[in-house]
Structure formats: C-alpha cells, structure tokens
Design a protein around this ligand. Structure first.
Ligand code: SF4
Ligand code: SF4
Length: 202
C-alpha cells in the first residue's frame, strides 16, 4: 500500500470508530511528535495506570536492574500476584504510584521498563476497513497488514493499522512527525504492543 493510500485508509477507518475512543486521537504524519513532559505533568502515567507485564519483561527487568521479582512486582503471600492474562504480572505500586518512579518524576529503571511503558502514549488498533471492527487475536492477519502498510509486502491485507495517541498525555509538543517517522512509530508501537518476543513484527 502506498503511504498516501495508507493515510486515506486510516482516516476513513478512524472516522468509523472514533466515537468509541473519546480519549484517543488518530496520529498522522502531520501530528506533533512526542516529547515527554514528565516534570510538567508530574509523571501522571506512572501514577494513574497499573502496568501489566509478561515473563520476558520480568526477565529483562531482573537482568537490567539486578532486582528480584519480589522487588518490583505486586506480591501476595510471598509470591508474585498473577492474573489470568497473557501478561499476568503487575508492577508494584506504593503510595499511589509505580514503585519504580523516582525523584524528579523519572523512572529509576528506564532501560528495563516494561513494553507498556515503552509504547505509551501511543497504541495501534488493527481494524477491518469495511466495518471498523478491531482485532487483537489474529496475529498472522495483523502481521501481514502491518507489512503491507510498511510496503514490505504487496497484496490485500485484512486490517488497517491505526496509530492512535492518548489525549491525556501532554507530551505532543514536538515538530510534525513526517512520513518516515510516522511509519517507524507505527511499526515500533505495533511490535511493542503485539509481538511479545514473537517473530515477524520487525
Ligand atoms: S508519557 Fe505523557 S503522561 Fe507520561 S510522563 Fe510523559 S508527558 Fe507525562
Ligand atoms: S516502570 Fe518506569 S515508566 Fe513504567 S510506570 Fe514504573 S516508573 Fe513509570
């Protein structure tokens, strides 16, 4: 798919579904780029949201930080709390914020932070172009749709990948993204959100 066609397809799909996502906005090549304003917003994302993570992310955090899982995960009866989800662990919270948030509103374990922290405030939705119905389960369809959007594969794709941003984050203050940065951000956000170490998303 040519990039100009992709812009058009994204705008049409977003028009179909935007009312369902009042806290988000479509990101286009003309959108301002993201520059974190943690001092200005006093790191609201690290205070407001619980962060879930999977085995691979727990291992990365251990490796980078030197911590044990009990140092950074929510714990019940001496063991990490697990939920019936693909990413079953939760970052520990203390006093209304992530336990890893440090002074000056900065992450103390930035290199090891979970994927959810790496992709925020961006997300990718894969939607059927005719209906606007989103999917998160059809990994092969999502991968081939992303490859088509990035012009790595020709041919029809079942979904349009929509790059969106959380409106409550005040960090959209940089210069306009431009097409190359927009495509790179789309690819990286989709990989962080869906790949979970799997192949075919690079
Ligand atoms: S990502 Fe957004 S909400 Fe989070 S600290 Fe940065 S500017 Fe604030
Ligand atoms: S790991 Fe770091 S970036 Fe993620 S919520 Fe905690 S303090 Fe914020």
């Amino acid at each position: 798919m040519r990039t100009s066609q992709l812009h058009g397809a994204c705008a049409e799909c977003w028009e179909l579904i935007a009312a369902r996502y009042p806290n988000y906005e479509l990101v286009t090549p003309w959108s301002p780029s993201f520059v974190c304003q943690a001092e200005a917003c006093i790191a609201q994302c690290c205070k407001r949201f619980s962060v879930s993570l999977g085995e691979r992310e727990v291992e990365r955090m251990q490796r980078v930080s030197g911590f044990t899982p009990l140092d950074f995960l929510e714990v019940v009866d001496g063991s990490p709390l697990t939920m019936p989800l693909a990413q079953p662990y939760l970052l520990a919270r203390r006093e209304g914020k992530c336990v890893l948030l440090g002074e000056l509103h900065r992450c103390t374990q930035y290199e090891g932070r979970p994927d959810a922290c790496r992709l925020y405030p961006h997300f990718v939705l894969f939607v059927e172009p005719e209906t606007g119905k989103p999917t998160h389960a059809d990994a092969e369809g999502m991968k081939c749709s992303l490859a088509a959007a990035l012009q790595r594969e020709a041919g029809p794709a079942p979904y349009v990948p929509l790059l969106i941003r959380h409106l409550e984050c005040p960090g959209f203050t940089g210069p306009a993204l431009g097409e190359a940065a927009w495509l790179a951000l789309l690819a990286e956000t989709a990989r962080l959100q869906y790949a979970d170490g799997g192949e075919g998303w690079d």
